[in-house]
Write a protein that binds this ligand. Structure first.
Ligand code: URA
Length: 440
């Protein structure tokens, strides 16, 4: 099967057979397809799309490009959660221990910060000693003992995606629902889970700017996961302003621990509980949403969630004392306040702007190889809908001796809009998407 024939067929709007898609992924993985032909086919897919069948075949071929983990002998179905990326979203650090404390096995594989969005692995690595590079046997041991492992993707999983994603990044071919679907779902399916909760973000700080786009992506992810035997459910959530108050690695770890102690911001708590309850149902721990919700709130109130987080930290080589002593996390004493330009009501605090400000201070990176400073970031002091006075505090920046500060201040100023009337922000959870087969 010649590469040029596949490219021509997709360019002209024809469907590709399963064999053709297998040949493409084999060419990507083995290196026999050169970058220019892979890129040409990717661009044809961006323009012409893929059918549901083609998307499922591409996902399956990508899963088979590497290893597929298996966790046997567990009392419940292993589950994970994936978010399409946000600002201040530390819910993984809250919901994974909560779900594990309630009996769901959670082998959670997360990513690193990229662009204005944060990454769970960087947040975890702000905990002294914490290791995210566990192999399959260590993940299985963690599931059997503490019920949860918080790890990065191993090199053995979906090698095809590493080459494809690197090319998509530099050829303007990231923005395609079927390509995003195959990339995300192949990695999740290969993880050996039986259930997946997706948090598809929409808004100014999200990858999918409109709710319609987010719903289209969610439907494609849910259909592809379900077809591959992973029970998949999505919620669509607003990402217009940062989630919670803290943006930046160690700052977010503190806010996540506070949430596990029952003292977190309302939006972080509610979203974490919602997603953890979804995981309990997918794992088969509970069968109704009301019972799952009750069980998760019980683990929050009893302290079982925060104790599980401490055990996860210890199990992965980290200093569990951070849970009670935040001074053990990286910190900086350098603080700059950004105030409201005038009195009124905060109408907008653009999540992307605040995320870019944290990145300018060193909390994030624009290339995956870059290093991050775990101590720096931002704290949101006023939320959209709040009354503010002229010069009154809206965002506090934690910086390292002024590095990136001028750019960060400018970005936050641009992210703030004050008006004369209190406009309530839209609800956090905008809807759910699950597979019709789950409710016959
Ligand atoms: N995240 C992924 O893992 N893949 C994509 O294509 C987009 C976001």
């Amino acid at each position: 099967m010649r590469a040029v024939d596949l490219i021509r067929a997709k360019r002209d709007g024809h469907g590709l057979s399963r064999d053709a898609i297998n040949a493409f992924v084999e060419g990507v993985t083995s290196g026999t397809w050169p970058d220019y032909q892979i890129s040409a086919l990717l661009m044809a897919v961006v323009w012409r799309g893929l059918s549901a069948d083609e998307t499922a075949w591409l996902t399956d071929a990508m899963v088979h490009s590497g290893a597929r983990l298996r966790f046997d002998g567990l009392a419940h179905v292993p589950v994970d959660k994936h978010s399409t990326g946000g600002v201040g979203d530390k819910t993984s650090l809250v919901l994974a221990p909560l779900a594990a404390a309630c009996g769901a096995p959670v082998p959670m594989m997360s990513g690193r910060a990229l662009g204005h969005t944060g990454g769970t692995l960087d947040k975890l690595e702000s905990i002294p000693g914490f290791r995210v590079d566990l192999d399959e046997a260590a993940i299985a041991r963690a599931l059997a003992t503490v019920g949860c492992a918080l790890v990065g993707q191993t090199d053995a999983i979906v090698p095809a995606d590493r080459r494809l994603y690197a090319l998509r990044d530099v050829t303007a071919t990231v923005e395609s629902v079927p390509l995003i679907t195959a990339s995300i779902m192949s990695k999740k399916i290969a993880e050996g889970i039986g259930g997946l909760m997706l948090d598809v973000k929409t808004g100014t700080g999200a990858f999918m700017k409109t709710e319609a786009e987010a719903r289209r992506l969610a439907a494609s992810l849910v259909a592809t996961g379900t077809r591959a035997g992973v029970c998949t459910e999505a919620i669509i959530t607003a990402m217009d302003a940062p989630l919670g108050s803290a943006v930046g690695n160690a700052l977010e770890v503190v806010e996540a621990i506070e949430t596990l102690k029952g003292r977190g911001p309302g939006d972080v708590t509610e979203l974490s509980v919602r997603l953890a309850a979804g995981l309990l149902m997918l794992a088969g721990v509970e069968v109704t949403h009301a019972a799952a919700d009750r069980r998760v709130r019980g683990a929050l109130a009893s302290g079982a969630g925060v104790e599980t987080f401490a055990r996860i930290i210890e199990n992965q080589g980290g200093d569990r004392r951070v849970v009670d002593d935040y001074a053990r996390l990286p910190q900086t004493a350098d603080v700059e306040l950004v105030g409201a330009p005038r009195g009124g009501y905060l109408e907008r605090l653009d999540a992307e702007g605040v995320g870019r400000a944290a990145m300018a201070l060193g909390a994030g990176r624009d290339r995956l190889e870059g290093a991050v400073d775990h101590a720096v970031g931002a704290r949101v002091l006023a939320r959209p809908g709040d009354a503010v006075r002229a010069g009154g505090p809206v965002v506090e920046l934690r910086h390292r001796a002024g590095r990136g500060l001028a750019a960060a201040v400018a970005l936050v100023r641009e992210a703030i809009e004050v008006g004369d009337t209190a406009v309530p922000p839209r609800p956090l959870v905008l809807g759910t998407v699950d597979h019709p087969d789950r409710h016959p």
